[in-house]
Design a binder for this molecule. Structure first.
Ligand code: FAD
Length: 318
């Protein structure tokens, strides 16, 4: 079932969804089930599975010199989506990225997703690899998320990369895209960022899922700005719990979002990580309650490593 069908069926009720990462290469799937099993009692409408590019690493050779090798640390998105749907009978949303993938590889992934009965994709550009300042598209790959979106839309119309392919099957993916209440860090200003977001919606994106934020006013202002810019699809807020002091600097640096003063001050007063987790849980609970009261379509939780924190919040909402 498509994300949009879940939203229609909800008739204004706020749904719950979760985001997970594929396990690190070489790890089994059991840790993922231990992570997700306790969250299933909250009946998520769908579960997003992130997609990851390869990173360059240096491998020492026997003569003491180094070889640069490309390592994809978290493969398996397509397989995890199928396994999630199979285990829980809950719809999976496969993330797809431009960075590190050719159009052919993306087409193959979409064909696999279609065979496996996965109806939803969230199309993204991806970031530059660590230690590289600027995003460069893969040779034969896409530069922006909108280009990837166009590829999915072409497949939804039965058009594959080989234009002479006879009797192609039309896919029927529901396509979501990313949005940034605090502006994408590369965009010169919010207005320009929203023009590009509107282009993605006009090209067929059915909904937007936001980057995490810790100040609901930023989300509400963003929704207003989107509506004023003519972006009228559902805007799903993304929420992440803050659980360690280190995240006070890591989150702004990595995700280009602000931590409100009241939250950072409360975290700095904490003596232990358990105290920080308590503060982060309470903060996310208050955010969730306010967003739910405002009638957001879905509360989308980034669960990475902290399913019990998400659980402690969601159980207060149902
Ligand atoms: P785009 O829409 O391509 O935008 C990138 C930048 O280019 C923006 O500044 C935009 O304003 C600008 N822009 C867009 N179109 C044009 C144009 N035509 N001309 C000029 N400028 C343009 N990353 C992963 O690697 N894997 C994941 O699974 C993943 N999941 C995510 C889920 C969510 C909900 C979010 C919010 C982010 C996720 N990311 C993920 C991170 C994402 O890949 C990065 O934030 C990336 O930097 C931007 O992706 P995008 O799809 O928004 O890019």
């Amino acid at each position: 079932m498509k994300v949009t069908e879940h939203l229609d069926a909800a008739q204004g009720r706020t749904l719950i969804s979760f985001e997970i990462l594929p396990p690190l290469k070489g790890k089994g799937i059991n840790a993922l089930w231990e992570h997700l099993d306790p969250l299933m009692e909250y009946k998520p409408a769908f579960i997003n599975v992130t997609y990851h590019r390869s990173e360059s690493m240096f491998k020492r050779k026997s003569d003491g010199t180094f070889d640069k090798v490309e390592v994809r640390k978290r493969p398996g998105t397509v397989g995890i989506c199928a396994a999630v749907q199979n285990r829980y009978a809950v719809d999976a949303v496969a993330h797809l990225i431009c960075g590190g993938f050719s159009k052919q590889e993306t087409e193959d992934a979409l064909i696999d997703l279609n065979f496996l009965g996965i109806d939803n994709v969230l199309v993204l550009r991806g970031d530059a690899p660590k230690n590289e300042a600027i995003f460069e598209p893969q040779p034969g790959g896409h530069k922006y998320a909108i280009d990837l979106l166009a590829q999915v839309q072409r497949m939804n119309s039965g058009l594959y990369l080989e234009e002479d392919l006879k009797s192609p099957v039309k896919t029927n993916f529901c396509i979501g895209v990313a949005g940034y209440p605090e502006k994408h860090f590369e965009a010169p200003n919010l207005k320009t960022d929203l023009q590009f977001l509107k282009a993605k919606v006009d090209a067929g994106a059915c909904y937007v899922t936001t980057q995490m934020f810790f100040d609901n006013q930023k989300y509400f202002a963003y929704v207003d700005a989107c509506r004023a810019a003519g972006i009228n699809v559902p805007i799903i807020p993304g929420l992440k719990p803050l659980t360690t002091k280190k995240q006070l600097s890591i989150i702004p640096r990595t995700f280009h979002v602000d931590i409100p003063e009241a939250l950072s001050e409360a975290v700095l007063r904490c003596k232990t990580d358990a105290d920080v987790e308590q503060v982060g849980t309470e903060w996310m609970l208050q955010q969730s309650k306010e967003l739910k009261a405002a009638g957001v379509p879905v509360l989308h939780y980034y669960t990475l490593g902290k399913p019990h924190v998400v659980s402690n919040v969601v159980k207060e909402l149902v």
